[in-house]
Structures are given as structure tokens and as C-alpha cells.
Write a protein that binds this ligand. Structure first.
Ligand SMILES: O=C(O)C(=O)C[C@]1(C(=O)O)C=C[C@@H](O)C=C1
Length: 360
């Protein structure tokens, strides 16, 4: 068996090779960037990144390597983020403030080195993209406990920006405070849903009787708790760390399979990856007529296209109780069977994006 010094010497040798290989990779990436600039094509290609991760996972598994698919993904997402920055530094707008769960989601996809812009509302993210002040936007779309984020759905219906990727992120809450003892805590800040998700924890620790102050985001809660030694925040542990509030308890949520789905927004169409989802918005012409939605959905069934989500929204225009439907299904908009279905309903359907199916 090798000694620690021998192991470290070997690690140093291997790291030298890794850096040399990464530099060689980045030389090629730079050329890809030039080609893309000439043809004015999109830098971020989620379907290509997925194909690379899948291929490398297979190679690693079949050669008995120690890296599993999550490890390969974690390493390569950072490599892709550096590569994209080299091709063209692109700004990413997200629903802030810094340390929000959306910020965490954005960093998990765009890495630590990107240029981020924290914005105060989902609408501001859409507006920033429409005005080309950022290339990408990251917004929440639904939570496994609380359901859909209506504001995101409504804005997708009105805006020209497209969904280019989805990602699912487990949501864990931390309890952070500068108070030395729990019984010194007089108030707790969080987003309204933060309190709802941690009810059992609050009762168990006698914290259901202190004042609960709902604020716009869990990150804002951490900012407020940082300034007040008699306060606590229910927030992400990243926000607690960022704003210097010690975390007293982690994972305090009542159910531990809580997850949020986020959309990455931009202005281009992805290629087909073979494992895609598509989101559309449907305004049925005869929505008041019995069976209008059923007939529409029957066409999906006949074409053997599986739906993964359908959500109705009030149309809010002046046709009384009009509705539109947000529908997710498996497949890419450019696949022939989907094209023929969409063309049949062209007057009613708005395409919102086709993107590689995300996994939790
Ligand atoms: O293949 C491309 O289109 C690239 O730009 C290269 C690369 C990579 O690093 O492999 C980088 C960014 C894209 O999102 C996909 C892949």
C-alpha cells in the first residue's frame, strides 16, 4: 500500500494531466464559440450536454469506475459552465435575492463562475430577458407541496421568452438564528410557505407561540434575522451562510420529499434530444362547449403522446369565465406526429418551449 505522501504525489501528477486535458478541451470549445458566433447560434445546448453526461456515465459504469452518474453530472456541469463562459459570457437573471432557492437552482446549472443578476420579482426576470439585458432567466414553476406558481404561468402566456430547460431541486429548510438560546427568540421570519412547511418542527420546539412574520422570500428572512439577535429565519442553509446567521437545525421541513421545479428561460429553440418535454398554452375556441377540452386531449391520446401536466388558468380577459390550459407532454415540438397535432390546433396553441426532461 502506498503512503500518504506517495498518494499525494500521484494525485498531483494526475491533476497536472487533468488541467492539461481541460485546457485542450477549452481550446476546442473556443473554436466552437467562433463557429457559433459566425452562424449566430445558441451557446447553451442542454440536449448536447445531456448526451455528453449520458455517454460518460455509460463509459464510467462499464469500466467499473468510481464516478456514478451524479458525480459525472456534478463535475461536467461546472466544466460546461466554464466552457459557455469562454464561448460568450452570458448573464443569468434569477428571482432573488441572493441565496434564494432560485439562486441555488441557477448556480446548479450555470456554475459558480457566471455573471448573475438578482431581481426582485418573476415579472422583472421576464422583462429583463425581453429587453435582452440577460440571456437566461431562472424562475420557479411549481412546488411538490404548494402547487403551481401562478405568476410564472401567467407571464409565460404573455411573453415571447421560451423555456429552454427544466430542473428539479429538493428543497430543505434550515432554522437559523443569532440568539444564544431558543427561548430568547421573539420572532421568526420566513416566506409564508416556509412556516407552512415546518409546522411540526415549530410546535415541537415551542416556537409556534412566538410571532411569525411572513416576508417576500426566505433569503430576505435571513437578511432580517442577521440584524436582530432576538429573531430567527426559516430559510435555505445557503442563505443563512451567505448572510452570516448560524444554522441551528437543518432539514426542518415536515416532509422530506419537498421539491421545486424551475424553468430556465431564453430566446432559442433546442434540438431534439430524444428525451424531451414540451410545454404549450391552449386557448380553446369553444371552451364553453361541453367536451372541447376532452376532444383536444383525445388527439393527444390518439397520437400516443403522454401528458405529464395540465393546469387551468382563468384567462382574465373580458370573456367572463374563460380559461386557458397549460399542458406539458413528452416529446419535442419538431417531431412529425407532434407537428401534425399542433398544426391541427394552430389557432389555439402557443408553444412555450421544448427541453430535455429534468430529473429529481
Ligand atoms: O457543443 C457545443 O455546442 C458547445 O458549445 C460545447 C459545450 C461543451 O462544453 O461540451 C458547451 C456548451 C453547450 O451547452 C454544449 C456543449
Amino acid at each position: 500500500m502506498k503512503s500518504l505522501e506517495e498518494c499525494r504525489a500521484r494525485i498531483d501528477e494526475i491533476d497536472n494531466e487533468v488541467v492539461d486535458l481541460l485546457n485542450r478541451r477549452m481550446e476546442v470549445v473556443r473554436r466552437v464559440g467562433e463557429i457559433k458566433h459566425e452562424s449566430n447560434s445558441a451557446i447553451y445546448r442542454p440536449e448536447r450536454e445531456k448526451a455528453i453526461i449520458d455517454r460518460l456515465t455509460k463509459i464510467s459504469e462499464s469500466s467499473g469506475g468510481l464516478l456514478n452518474s451524479q458525480a459525472i453530472e456534478a463535475v461536467f456541469l461546472e466544466i460546461f459552465a466554464v466552457a459557455r463562459n469562454l464561448e460568450l459570457p452570458e448573464r443569468i437573471a434569477y428571482l432573488g435575492p441572493e441565496g434564494s432557492f432560485t439562486h441555488q437552482a441557477a448556480e446548479s446549472r450555470f456554475g459558480a463562475m457566471s455573471d448573475y443578476l438578482s431581481l426582485g420579482s418573476i415579472e422583472a426576470v421576464f422583462k429583463t430577458l425581453e429587453a435582452s439585458r440577460a440571456k437566461f432567466g431562472v424562475v420557479p414553476i411549481e412546488n411538490s407541496r404548494d402547487g403551481v406558481v401562478g405568476e410564472t404561468l401567467d407571464l409565460l402566456g404573455k411573453s415571447s421568452v421560451k423555456i429552454v430547460a427544466e430542473l428539479y431541486m429538493p428543497i430543505h429548510m434550515a432554522f437559523a438564528t443569532k440568539a444564544e438560546k431558543i427561548h430568547h427568540i421573539k420572532r421568526i421570519y420566513s416566506k409564508d410557505k416556509g412556516f407552512g412547511q415546518c409546522r411540526e418542527f415549530l410546535t415541537e420546539h415551542g416556537l409556534d407561540v412566538v410571532e411569525h412574520i411572513p416576508v417576500e422570500s426566505t433569503a430576505k428572512a435571513a437578511i432580517l434575522a442577521a440584524k436582530d439577535p432576538e429573531a430567527a429565519a426559516i430559510c435555505s442553509h445557503i442563505a443563512a451562510k451567505l448572510y452570516g446567521v448560524p444554522t441551528l437545525f437543518e432539514n426542518i421541513e415536515d416532509t422530506h420529499n419537498n421539491a421545486t421545479r424551475f424553468f430556465i428561460l431564453s430566446d432559442f429553440k433546442n434540438g431534439i434530444s430524444g428525451e424531451d418535454k414540451t410545454s404549450i398554452l391552449v386557448r380553446l375556441k369553444d371552451a364553453q362547449k361541453a367536451g372541447a377540452l376532452v376532444h383536444f386531449l383525445e388527439d393527444f391520446n390518439n397520437a400516443d403522446i403522454n401528458l405529464s401536466k395540465i393546469e387551468s388558468r382563468p384567462s382574465r380577459d373580458n370573456d367572463g369565465f374563460g380559461y386557458w390550459f397549460f399542458i406539458d407532454f413528452f416529446g419535442h415540438i419538431d417531431e412529425p406526429k407532434i407537428q401534425s397535432l399542433i398544426q391541427k390546433h394552430a389557432d389555439e396553441v402557443t408553444w412555450l418551449g421544448s427541453y430535455v426532461k429534468g430529473e429529481l
